[in-house]
Design a protein around this ligand. Sequence first.
Ligand code: C2E
Ligand code: CA
Ligand code: CA
Length: 573
Amino acid sequence: MQSLERRLAELERENADLRLCADGFDAVSSAVLVTDADGRIVKVNRAFTTITGYPAAEALGRSLNLLWAEPGDCALQQDIAAALGRDGHWQGERFCRRKSGEVYRQWLSLATVRCGAGEAVRTVATFRDITEMRETAEKLWQQSNFDPLTELPNRGLFLDRLLQALVRADRDGRRVGLLFLGLDGFKTINDTLGHTIGDKLLAETARRFLGVVEDGDTVARFGGDEFTVVLTGPRTADDVVPRIRALLECLQEPFTIEGHQILISCSIGACLWPGDGVDVETLMRNATGAMQVAKGAGRNTFRFFTSTMDARAQARSRLVSELSDALDHQEFHLVFQPLVEIGGEGATRVVGAEALLRWHNRYIGAVGPDQFVPLAEEMGLIVPIGDWLVGAACHEAAGWQCLGAGPIEVAINVSARQVNHGDLEGVLTRALETSGLDPRLVVLEITEGLLLGSGEEVVGKLARLRAMGVRLAVDDFGTGYSSLTYLKHFPVDMLKIDRSFVGGALDRAQDGRLVEAIVALGHSMGLRVVGEGVETGAQLAFLAERGCDLAQGYLFSPPLTAERFRAFLTRHG
Ligand code: C2E
Ligand code: CA
Ligand code: CA
């Protein structure tokens, strides 16, 4: 009796275990099916029906082949059968069909269950539908490697492909050509016809480029209006030339976009590996450099990178071509160096700032004003740059007035060319109007060079500027002319003693005397005098003793970004 009870309790426990297994079997999110030794399905779980669409009743008794997408996928089936026979398990990815006929991706694990060491008695298959996961991953890959506008590889994928091409060419003893293409005047089209048309133009251009390159070449969008091409298999530069010409010529027909006939050309820089660089970075730099030279040479043309190109001439032509687009690409910004008033006993108070121009080019990086201002003067570009600068400086200075630091002046450097050839009066009038800045808070810094050798016309222009209420300062005073009396003829308000004299004032008696003389001369003419480049307390003390009115230099602060200067004002207000 007792043993029957025990047996019943045992059965109860076993039953509970079985129910637990069955529940678990149905609860898992992976499909599970079990076959007998002949490959007939004997058990499936709920997820099996969810994924395949076959109810259990329809699946039972049928062959495992129910799962195969195309029964014709023989090679894979053979592989699987072989692996099962050999190792007892297989897993991998395959396409399958649901009952509805829809194809999906499946991650499948198969395992055979043997009876002891002998015959396989069952096969257990578990699988998941990974279609969506795969599609998301593919979309992500596509998004991070391709440019959505042109559908071309983007910069990242391109650099990857270039590297691969170099590795392959190295192995096969072949060469690789690299082309850097910049569209000429694209910015103007974009600005005048709008971004939608600009975008379509880029996409059409990409299509034309794709139409003329050879199989195996990669065309990529490098960014903006720039494309790159990797040419596989050229033996010499001569092999590359017809391929470059094809790219130039494919743009000869105008594009018709939304009813507009648009003509565009491109400039191409080319280099070859091996020869023009050992790594991707150098090759890219050299191809871009050659493209700049092509642009400088009049556009719609190409140049090969040559190491014999005079490095300096190249650097200069690079600067010239980059500089001509710098305004359009918004590569300029202003920094501000505080100007302080020297009070009694060396006490100082911020009364203004000098706006100094900075240029950060996307290829070359930061270029100093000493390098690019003279070049911009030569190219006549200083006029439009200066016009921008006047507007930007006035706008910024208008914002300083409400920071609680009192009225704060802005000193703007203007070049002789701007005064002679530009419409400084008009530009300044507009800048003052738009910004609402008081003209009395603007100081224009001009150079001695402008005053020397200039006639009545310049004197008249300067007088008109002053009549607007702005003030004029002579920059780098003392460096230009030995006689200081010429100043009498010009309507100026301020003298800025060149930093070379301030720096030498304590060590060289001659410089010290010159500083003294400039301060005295300035005061005798009712001008304010500024000491530039003040780096030490001793220099400041020297200037203060001589009665110099204002000072500027690293002792107080280096030139600051707009944001930092505002913070500086708030702190020192
Ligand atoms: P600058 O007008 O004489 O400008 C003063 C220069 O002295 C600035 O150099 C400034 O950073 C530097 N400096 C200031 N404090 C000290 C100091 O304590 N020690 C030393 N050693 N240097 C100091 P930056 O900004 O490199 O400008 C160089 C020149 O470029 C300017 O000389 C000016 O001739 C020209 N420049 C700068 N911005 C403009 C601009 O907006 N328009 C025009 N036309 N020319 C500009
Ligand atoms: Ca200056
Ligand atoms: Ca100066």
